[in-house]
Design a binder for this molecule. Structure first.
Ligand code: HEM
Length: 429
């Protein structure tokens, strides 16, 4: 039984060594040290290609396995024998590990860490972004996007501007904040807390990153439990009030109901911010780096949805999704034991040459196919909203700024699973 390294591990150091042969272990340790740097994040794909060259399933240095093949990742996401690392699994890893840190315990009670049957009814209670609710949001997203691009236009008049800070970091928090009915004054703090909180969901968080995540999680708990209390006292036409009504109909204990609704509200915010910001900036970056595709989009805006899908395939916001085996089994030609963790390297899988011809080419005319919103029962509930934001932004961007250019390559946060651009400096040619 193996999880990722303990909270006490220092950056770049892996202490828990499993039965991996020494040469493979050295290879994987060096590979992850490189991935966890800003340089590795600026272009992780050659590193993934090295990993793939060792086979579809490679032993992780801390135990468990790394999976790079598209079909194998897809098989795991859809297979019933693969589970989320839930509360039971995390407790089994023992006290003092990253899995029993307060932030990890809190995450284990949110939707993406639940397994059936709990997952089934919590997911059902969450509802979906159906066509009607998306249409209601469309006008708001268009309006917010227009306002942000007005600010961008003003800054560009004076020279270069940071698209990431002015647009990509703002649109998702304003959208989900509007949807949840949160005050705009709270948006900057919620965004900062989300950046810290995500460390507990990273592949290899350091002890200091986990401490940041624990503190952010505690503040977010206070914020969202107060929100649920307020909505219970003053119900309105918003998702939190609707979740309270749904849960009151399923559970007679009010404390349990409010706790369930708190976890939904918390996770919807966490899920919606960084991921979507990364998608918006990455899509803009890829198009500016491929000026012919950018020009094509300017004359054929009907290619916008294809551009968003190709960006999701080419460099998704989330590069790793993890599962644990519910029983001993064989994955590809590798034996996996019960409770072993597998890390699905979806950033690598999306470029599996067995799935896509010329996978390194950014090509708007490609047949779609990516695992960037996961698959199976945990398929991202917010995918329609993320697509709406990205497509709306892209439509307005090519129309208003056909002469946009990249000033310099952006910097990336030194992570592995959750991609984050730190800037995206643009100018008008
Ligand atoms: C580009 C943006 C986004 C990306 C790349 C993304 C990616 C993902 C991935 C990979 C998962 C599954 C994790 C797993 O299988 O363990 C997931 C789940 C989820 N996402 Fe997203 N997401 C995005 C935006 C959003 C937004 C905007 C929302 C909400 C408004 C959202 C809500 C959720 C929820 C509720 C789940 C849990 C589903 C479940 O476990 O049943 N996501 N997302």
């Amino acid at each position: 039984m193996h999880g990722a390294p303990d909270a006490d591990d220092q950056e770049g150091t892996v202490v828990e060594i499993a039965t991996t042969p020494p040469a493979d272990r050295r290879f994987a340790v060096s590979l992850f040290s490189r991935l966890r740097t800003a340089k590795g994040q600026a272009n992780p794909f050659p590193i993934y290609a090295e990993l793939r060259s060792r086979g579809g399933v490679v032993a992780a240095p801390w135990g468990g396995h790394l999976v790079t093949g598209f079909d194998l990742c897809d098989q795991v996401l859809r297979g019933r024998e693969w589970l989320e690392p839930d509360t039971r699994w995390r407790e089994q890893q023992g006290d003092g590990t990253r899995w029993t840190a307060p932030s990890s315990r809190e995450m284990s009670r949110t939707l993406p860490a639940l397994n059936p049957p709990d997952h089934t009814w919590v997911r059902r209670s969450a509802g979906m972004f159906d066509r009607t609710s998306l249409e209601e949001l469309r006008g708001t997203v268009e309006q917010i996007t227009g306002g942000l691009l007005d600010t961008l236009a003003e800054r560009l008049r004076d020279g270069e501007a940071d698209f990431n800070a002015l647009v990509s970091e703002e649109l998702p928090v304003a959208t989900i904040g509007h949807w949840l009915g949160l005050p705009a004054a709270d948006f900057p703090r919620l965004r900062d807390l989300t950046h810290d909180q995500v460390f507990t969901q990273e592949l290899l968080p350091s002890a200091s990153q986990l401490a940041l995540s624990d503190a952010a999680t505690a503040e977010l708990r206070n914020y969202f439990t107060a929100l649920v209390r307020d909505r219970r006292a003053h119900p309105g036409d918003d998702p939190v009030s609707r979740w309270i009504a749904v849960w009151d109909g399923m559970e007679s204990d009010r404390d349990k109901t409010d706790e369930a609704v708190y976890h939904l509200a918390l996770f919807f915010l966490l899920a919606a911010l960084e991921t979507t910001s990364t998608l918006l900036s990455t899509t803009a970056l890829l198009l500016l780096e491929h000026p012919r595709q950018w020009d094509r989009l300017a004359v054929s805006p009907d290619l916008v949805p294809a551009a968003v899908e190709e960006s999701l395939r080419y460099d998704p916001p989330t590069h790793v999704i993890s599962r644990v085996a519910s029983r001993d089994c064989v994955l590809g030609d590798t034996e996996v034991r019960e409770d072993d963790m597998v890390h699905l390297m979806v950033g690598a899988a999306n470029r599996d040459p067995a799935r896509h011809a010329d996978p390194e080419l950014f090509n708007l005319h490609r047949k779609p196919g990516h695992l960037s919103f996961s698959g199976g029962i945990h398929y991202c509930l917010g995918a329609p909203l993320a697509r709406l934001e990205a497509q709306t932004l892209l439509h307005q961007l090519v129309r208003r700024f056909p002469g946009l250019t990249l000033v310099r390559r952006p910097s990336w946060a030194p992570r592995v699973a959750f991609r984050r651009l730190l800037n995206l400096d643009v100018a008008l040619s």
